[in-house]
Every structure is written in structure tokens, then in C-alpha cells.
Design a protein around this ligand. Structure first.
Ligand code: PSU
Ligand code: MN
Length: 306
């Protein structure tokens, strides 16, 4: 049996591709599972605007009624933002949703797969998934890490989410040969916080240096993506001590509620928004916008280097 996996490009994305303009992929799990309505919708729109302001075209990716969309329109974004029971898709179930006509948002892993299929080399998110705290016994390790090892897409993030075990996440990425590059910092950022306390494996200070690094990897035939960790501006970040208190409390609540599997990350993010009285949400919004700006600059630089 031969299946026609036709990607559905939005008119904006199609026009940008035809004109040879730079593109940036954006994920949709942050919309459906990462933030409450209506902040999720406002943020997704603002993030697209940031990409445009940096000279690139945004392509927000999602599966809608079984169609893999590379770029969605305002109406589709609004209905995803409000919808309940949307699947949270990763490498394991992206094809399931397409095969059986489901609607699902794409995580970092699934967005990388779709971006690669569409020929888009740069992708902006908030924070990647990684090794959860206690992951050495629970084996709760995000499929995002394996995807970074396999799929040639530059993922611009604010690091791994601070709810995770950052040290083990770094070890895992090192084992898999994934470059971890902090942008303009010697310390690996930790999502809401500017610093994780871990020295960054690599540091680059310009978008064109990042583009040059990825092009060189590709020239060497090295498969896989790279993780760019972009620290938030000082006045928008939350200090490590403050955020750790909320994380500990959220982790204890998740354990008491018996939350497991795919539900863990959305539960923790939601609980930390409550515990911080919305402060973590403001910071999450600021960091994804900053990442979208940097991703746009990298996409522009990739075009400029041929
Ligand atoms: N960044 C955010 N909020 C999010 C995510 C990223 O600011 O909700 C999502 C991404 O889609 C990422 C997912 O792939 O969280 C990680 O989920 P898990 O830990 O279950 O792999
Ligand atoms: Mn998990």
C-alpha cells in the first residue's frame, strides 16, 4: 500500500517557500498543553509576529483532522487554543493521528520531524523535554532528546525546563552527540531562570556563528539537530531559588495525584503557574518570544550562508 503523506502548507508558508525566504517552525503543544486559554492564543500570535519582525516566515505545525499542517491560519490556531482533549503528539503517535484523522498538537520531537519533512531547518520553542527528576528509576525521559540526536533541525529554546534533572539531561545529550550551545552565556540557562548552575558545553554569540556551526555539521554528514539555549533578559527571568520552591511543591503534588506519562509536564507547568500567581506564565511568554526572535535571526543567517 502506498500512502500519500501530503503536507498541507498554509498560503503564507507556501509563498515564503516559493520566494526562497527563511522560515521558522513553531510547535503547538505549548498552545494546547503548555499554557491556559486565552494566554496561549495571544502568545502564539505574538510569537508568530516576532518571527516576522526578524525577517522570517513562521510555520506553526499541528495535525488537524488527520492533516499535517505546515502553517495554520488564525481560525485554526484559535480553535486549537480552545479545544479540549487534543492529542499531544510525539514521534510515537504523530503517524497515528495522521492515519486515523485525529487532531493533535506537536511537541518538540514531532515538530522537528514535520519541519524536516517540510525542509525547514530552524524551530523555536520554550523549553525542551528531558530527563525528569527521578528519571533514573522512572525512566521518564522525553522523546525530544532522541529526536535531537536524529533530526537535522536547530531547536532554539531557553534550555531544558527547570522542572527536569538538568544534569542528567545534559549527560544524555552528550551521549547522543547533540551539541548544546548557550547563546551569549557561559552558563546553561534553565528556562525561567537565567542560570542552571551547569557550565554550557558550547557557547556562541551570534546567529551567523550558529548557522555556520550547523552547516559545518551537515557538510561532515553528522546527523541530528542542535540545541540552542537562549537565556532570558535579567529583568524578565525568575531567580533560581524562587522557582525551585514552586517546582518542589508542584512535584510533590504531582506524585500525590499519581500523575504519570505525557500528563506530567503539562501538570507541572500548570501547577507552577498557580503557585507563582501567574508569574511563571509571564516569564514563559517572554522567553518563547525571545526564542522566536533568535530563531528568526538564525533562519536569516542560514539563508545568507547559502
Ligand atoms: N515549551 C514550553 N511549554 C511546553 C513545551 C515546551 O514553554 O509545554 C512542550 C514541548 O512541546 C515539549 C513538551 O516537547 O513540552 C515536553 O513534553 P514531555 O516532557 O512530555 O516530553
Ligand atoms: Mn515523559
Amino acid at each position: 500500500m502506498s500512502l500519500d503523506l501530503s503536507l498541507c502548507f498554509s498560503p503564507h508558508v507556501e509563498a515564503a517557500m516559493a520566494a526562497g525566504r527563511p522560515l521558522v517552525a513553531l510547535e503547538s503543544t505549548i498552545v494546547t498543553h503548555g499554557m491556559p486559554y486565552p494566554a496561549n492564543l495571544k502568545t502564539a500570535q505574538a510569537v508568530e509576529a516576532e518571527v516576522r519582525a526578524s525577517g522570517a516566515e513562521p510555520a506553526t505545525i499541528a495535525v488537524i483532522d488527520g492533516t499535517l499542517k505546515i502553517g495554520i491560519d488564525d481560525g485554526e490556531l484559535a480553535s486549537l487554543a480552545k479545544a479540549e482533549g487534543v492529542m499531544k503528539l510525539s514521534r510515537a503517535d504523530l503517524a497515528y493521528a495522521i492515519a486515523f484523522g485525529k487532531t493533535g498538537s506537536t511537541t518538540v520531537a514531532a515538530t522537528m520531524i514535520a519541519a524536516r519533512a517540510a525542509g525547514i531547518g530552524v524551530f523555536a520553542t520554550g523549553g525542551i523535554g528531558g530527563v525528569h527528576r527521578g528519571g533514573e528509576t522512572s525512566l521518564d525521559i522525553s522523546a525530544d532528546l532522541e529526536e535531537l540526536a536524529r533530526t537535522n533541525v536547530i531547536v532554539v529554546s531557553a534550555g531544558a525546563k527547570a522542572i527536569l534533572d538538568i544534569g542528567r539531561t545534559l549527560e544524555y545529550l552528550e551521549t547522543k552527540g547533540v551539541p548544546v550551545v548557550s547563546y551569549g552565556s557561559d552558563d546553561l540557562p534553565a528556562f525561567w531562570a537565567r542560570e542552571s548552575g551547569f557550565a554550557t558545553p558550547l557557547r556562541l554569540d551570534t546567529a551567523s556563528a550558529i548557522a555556520r556551526f550547523q552547516k559545518t555539521r551537515e557538510a561532515l554528514g553528522i546527523a541530528g539537530g542542535m540545541l540552542i539555549a537562549n537565556p532570558l533578559a535579567d529583568d524578565q527571568a525568575i531567580d533560581r531559588g524562587t522557582i525551585e520552591g514552586w517546582i518542589d511543591r508542584a512535584l510533590a503534588d504531582a506524585a500525590a495525584a499519581g500523575v504519570t506519562g505525557k500528563a506530567v509536564t503539562p501538570y507541572l507547568l500548570g501547577r507552577i503557574v498557580e503557585l507563582s500567581d501567574g508569574r511563571s506564565l509571564d516569564t514563559n511568554i517572554a522567553l518563547i518570544k525571545a526564542n522566536a526572535r533568535l530563531a528568526g535571526a538564525i533562519a536569516v543567517a542560514l539563508k545568507a550562508t547559502g
